[in-house]
Write a protein that binds this ligand. Structure first.
Ligand SMILES: Nc1ncnc2c1ncn2[C@@H]1O[C@H](COP(=O)(O)OP(=O)(O)OP(=O)(O)O)[C@@H](O)[C@H]1O
Ligand SMILES: [Mg+2]
Length: 252
């Protein structure tokens, strides 16, 4: 068997008060694979991503990239993470400086740095915001700036926490198109199940800190009993009503 690009082995997180936030999470991502991470509020999606990137120290288990254990608290440019709360990620005075910080992290300087920053801003469509103060951006603009700041490091795997939250429909579509074109492995935590369905052939459903399903997206997302049991709904495009509405729309 080939070594997965990214894997967690029995990853667990117990808070100091005793709350088991994550229990024995075993997941694997292969090169270029796109996986949706779904589950109700408080299921542990963000906690899992924070553990995988080493922001939060797991209390048991480990995370490996190319089979090599990632040291907790280390800097792993191959593994990018876009926070659920953009404010947790942006800290430079301007958008361009924030993206440049990421570029410097991977050793870029001079004109190579300038080119990388310009390319990243262009990819997410915020070139016009380059010199705007970060704290003046709208919520959606902040999310895009965060994404640019991670893309500039050219990670091989990218963890995205609620990437479409706060985006208007045009920017949501731009994000989906951009993620479609990317060849990085993607783990996407989202309540936007239509986005998950469009982007991810595979879905992992977690609830109360445990993986309860891991398999083909259409199979899991269309399993009404499973979805309801874990606080979800079958997305409209997979329901009979969705099909009817769609064909009706086409007939007009
Ligand atoms: N810093 C913290 N200290 C203590 N408990 C926390 C902390 N952060 C999160 N939790 C708890 O851990 C659990 C998992 O939270 P987490 O943010 O991972 O859920 P989530 O699946 O991302 O939810 P959402 O869909 O609302 O984003 C929740 O019960 C939450 O209250
Ligand atoms: Mg979350």
């Amino acid at each position: 068997m080939t070594t997965p690009l990214l894997q967690t082995n029995n990853l667990s997180l117990t808070r100091p008060g005793g709350q088991q936030v994550l229990q024995d999470i075993n997941l694997q991502l292969t090169i270029g694979e796109r996986v949706g991470l779904i589950g109700p509020n408080g299921a542990g999606k963000t906690s899992l991503m924070l553990c995988m990137t080493g922001v939060t120290h797991s209390t048991a288990g480990d995370i490996r990239m190319d089979g090599v254990t990632l040291a907790a608290g280390g800097f792993h440019p191959g593994l990018g993470f876009v926070f659920q709360q953009a404010e947790d990620q942006l800290f430079s005075p301007t958008v361009a400086e924030d993206v440049a910080f990421g570029a410097r992290n991977i050793g870029l300087t001079g004109s190579a740095l300038d080119t990388a920053v310009a390319t990243a801003l262009d990819r997410v469509g915020i070139t016009a915001l380059a010199h705007r103060p970060v704290h003046h951006l709208s919520g959606g603009e902040k999310r895009l700036a965060c994404l640019a700041g991670v893309l500039v490091m050219e990670p091989r795997a990218l963890l995205l926490d609620e990437p479409s939250a706060a985006l208007d429909l045009r920017n949501r579509r731009r994000l989906i198109d951009l993620l479609h074109q990317m060849d990085q492995a993607l783990l996407i935590a989202s309540h936007d199940l239509e986005l998950v369905l469009e982007l991810c052939p595979r879905v992992i459903l977690i609830d109360a800190g445990r993986i309860v399903a891991d398999g083909p997206a259409r199979m899991i997302l269309s399993d009404a009993a499973l979805m309801v049991r874990h606080g979800q709904e079958v997305p409209h495009s997979l329901t009979h009503a969705g099909h009817v509405a769609h064909s009706h729309h086409r007939a007009m």
